[in-house]
Design a protein around this ligand. Structure first.
Ligand code: UDP
Length: 461
């Protein structure tokens, strides 16, 4: 039955897998709550329209020519922010002249910070979406307030704790660190993403019960309402396909043949790259652990190689039926499969939340940015994972055995089961995510269609 739609919302996602997915999931959630959803997306990495017939799509010319979209360089992100401005402004201006237009607000990924400039000029309310954890944003803000306190540091300090950023150490500072320094452009970029301009609220793909005190501290900083309504992929009525890569579903049949809780799922997300040495150490670590494994090796993710040519000769024949390698997996289904007992992950926020929701404990191998923070929280605070700090076959083998076969591993499993139950409780009626979603719907529905004009500054008063 067709429901009568409330106002519309425009979503502006950042066009990388880990950002696009939660924005489309948020679209599903808001659509199920009666809003019309328009997705204004860049030309590069555009979502597949046929997977989301319930949305209206609008393509913005991002002006990027022959760009390598395999990794979001800061240059690309700045260009996208600059190039999409005019397009969004024209689109919005035309829309606002239309009769019967009932645009409630624009919801944008915090990385697409140009949106707030454009919308403010036209006095349209904006809401920012954070696709990462509150712990990550909090550490970024703390560091931006006093970068000289952290950078540069000495090699000898790498493992030293940073009490005010507990449980982080210098080694885990979530910036682009080169020679123990941080480049000025990286600081500038983070300043831009943390400046939310005149946005009126923030939506989070996290859970209030999980990050309550950090969310409160951030809310004091930003002085606006926060709506933590995660986990997005479980809060909507359907989780439509949003993969940029083609999923290989054959691995589900292979999983069907494996014993419960026996398989280690290995995936480093959509962006991380490793070198051939790490590929080989991981390959031997997996083989020597003697545990069944499902390993995603994304084409182009091994530096200097097209695919997995650097695997030891005859590797796949040697591991035989005990191991399965695919180019891209239906990850949420894999994690939900009863055969999967552990996840060797780069700790992207989506992977982290998806794993906890399926009560799968983790082995953490973070690379950059929020992954470093997530890995520390998973291993040190939530204690639902073990961190791998040395990429060496014997270390990998031992850590896999510890997770899958030891008493310590069983304790980690028990804690992740508890975490999952807390998330389930948050989604129930009267749970925090459920309640926050209701508040968000009321909040968006009550937004004025145009913000008041800015108060003029009276010089000399
Ligand atoms: N993913 C997937 N299949 C894979 C690997 C990853 O569907 O083989 C999905 C995963 O479920 C998650 C997203 O890709 O939703 C990766 O996002 P995340 O934040 O974990 O990491 P990123 O790719 O941004 O580094």
């Amino acid at each position: 039955m067709e429901v009568e739609r409330k106002q519309s919302v425009i979503l502006v996602p950042c066009p990388y897998q880990g950002h696009l997915t939660p924005m489309l999931q948020l679209g599903n959630i808001l659509h199920s709550q009666g809003f019309s959803v328009i997705v204004a997306h860049t030309r590069h990495n555009a979502p597949n329209y046929t997977n989301h017939p319930q949305f209206v799509f609008h393509s913005m010319d991002d002006g990027l020519q022959r760009i390598d979209m395999s990794f979001p360089s800061v240059e690309t992100l700045y260009s996208m922010n600059e190039n999409c401005k005019v397009h969004l402004r024209n689109y919005l201006a035309a829309m606002m002249e239309e009769e019967g237009n009932e645009l409630a607000c624009i919801i944008y990924d915090s990385v697409m910070f140009f949106v707030d400039d454009v919308a403010t000029q036209l006095r349209v309310p904006t809401v920012v979406l954070y696709t990462f954890s509150a712990a990550f944003l909090h550490s970024i803000i703390m560091i931006l307030q006093q970068p000289e306190k952290y950078f540069p540091f000495e090699d000898s300090q790498l493992m030293d704790p940073l009490p005010e950023l507990h449980p982080l150490r210098y080694k885990d500072l979530p910036f682009y660190v080169v020679n123990n320094k941080i480049p000025e452009w990286d600081l500038e970029f983070h300043r831009a993403t943390c400046d939310i301009g005149s946005s009126v609220a923030a939506i989070w793909n996290t859970m209030q019960d999980l990050e309550d005190s950090t969310l409160l501290r951030l809310q004091e900083h930003y002085k606006m309402p926060f709506f933590p309504i995660g986990p997005f992929h479980k809060m909507g009525p359907l989780d439509s396909l949003s993969s940029i890569f083609e999923e290989d579903n054959s691995c589900l049949e292979w999983l069907d043949k494996q014993a419960p809780n026996s398989v280690l799922y290995v995936s480093l997300g959509s962006l991380a790259m490793i070198n051939d040495k790490e590929l080989i150490e991981t390959a031997w670590g997996l083989a020597n652990s003697e545990q069944p494994f499902l390993w995603v090796i994304r084409p182009g993710s091994i530096s200097g190689f097209q695919y997995a040519e650097a695997l030891p000769d005859g590797y796949e024949e040697m591991v035989g039926e005990r191991g399965r390698i695919v180019k891209w997996a239906p990850q949420k289904q894999v994690l939900a499969h009863p055969a999967v007992g552990g996840f060797y992950t780069h700790c992207g926020w989506n992977s982290t939340v998806e794993s906890i929701c399926e009560q799968v404990p983790m082995i953490c191998r973070p690379f950059i940015a929020d992954q470093l923070v997530n890995a520390r929280y998973l291993s040190q605070i939530y204690k639902v994972g073990f961190e791998i700090e040395v990429i060496e076959r014997t270390v990998i083998e031992k850590t896999i055995r510890k997770l899958m076969l030891s008493e310590e591993g069983e304790n980690v499993k028990k804690r992740v089961v508890d975490m999952k139950q807390n998330i389930v409780a948050a989604m129930e009626i009267d749970g925090t995510s459920h309640k926050n979603l209701k508040d968000l719907v009321d909040f968006i529905s009550a937004l004025p269609s145009r913000l008041p004009p800015p108060t003029p500054v009276v010089v000399g008063s």
